[in-house]
Design a protein around this ligand. Structure first.
Ligand code: SF4
Length: 188
């Protein structure tokens, strides 16, 4: 074949290839993107640390009256606070970072609550569970009852009710989680 015809044939082939190549060929590995999207989470290290810290609270049981039974109910199988990484209530303040005060606090008992709170290591949080712990409840006017545990220790979350149901306490615990994440280890 003469050279000129070879050139023409080659040019035609190139032209037809250019026309057919206006759009990129679909990536045969496109499924990989979808797979990665479903399996990879992108976040920051401090968010992971905050999340882990919020889900590994060590609660200290401080049941003082009737509300304590609802707190105990929250720890049993039906409500199961172990779902939130709180498997065992601690009896030593040195092993705890969440104090749940459930019930009526008397002035006679107040120094003990304050002392136990001070023995807990930082960072630590407090839930006031029930009307008595929040404000003295029906005994508010009594000479012997503390009209709210925030008179002696700082409170992070108030769970109202007389008594609050276990779901109420679980809601309060979720609020503590949010607070821990908001406060963030980054700001500590
Ligand atoms: S708030 Fe009601 S249920 Fe709870 S300790 Fe006081 S009186 Fe008892």
């Amino acid at each position: 074949m003469p050279l000129k015809e070879i050139d023409i044939a080659e040019g035609l082939k190139i032209n037809s290839l250019m026309e057919a190549s206006q759009q990129p060929i679909p990536d045969p590995d496109k499924w990989l993107d979808e797979e990665i999207r479903r399996n990879v989470l992108i976040t920051t290290v401090d968010y992971v640390l905050d999340w882990a810290r919020s889900r590994s609270l060590f609660p200290l049981m401080f049941g003082l009256a009737c509300c304590a039974f609802e707190m105990i109910g929250a720890a049993a199988s039906r409500f199961d606070i172990a779902r939130f990484g709180m498997d065992i209530f601690r009896w030593s303040p040195r092993q705890a970072d969440l104090m749940i005060v459930a019930g009526t606090l008397t002035w006679k008992m107040a120094p003990a609550v304050k002392l136990v709170y001070e023995q807990m290591p930082e960072p630590k949080w407090v839930i006031a569970m029930g009307q008595c712990a929040i404000s003295g409840g029906p005994f508010r006017e009594s000479y012997s009852v503390v009209p709210g545990i925030n008179r002696i220790i700082p409170v992070d979350v108030y769970v109202p009710g007389c008594p609050p149901r276990p779901e109420g306490l679980l809601h309060g615990i979720r609020k503590i989680h949010e607070k821990i994440i908001r406060e963030s280890i980054k700001k500590a």
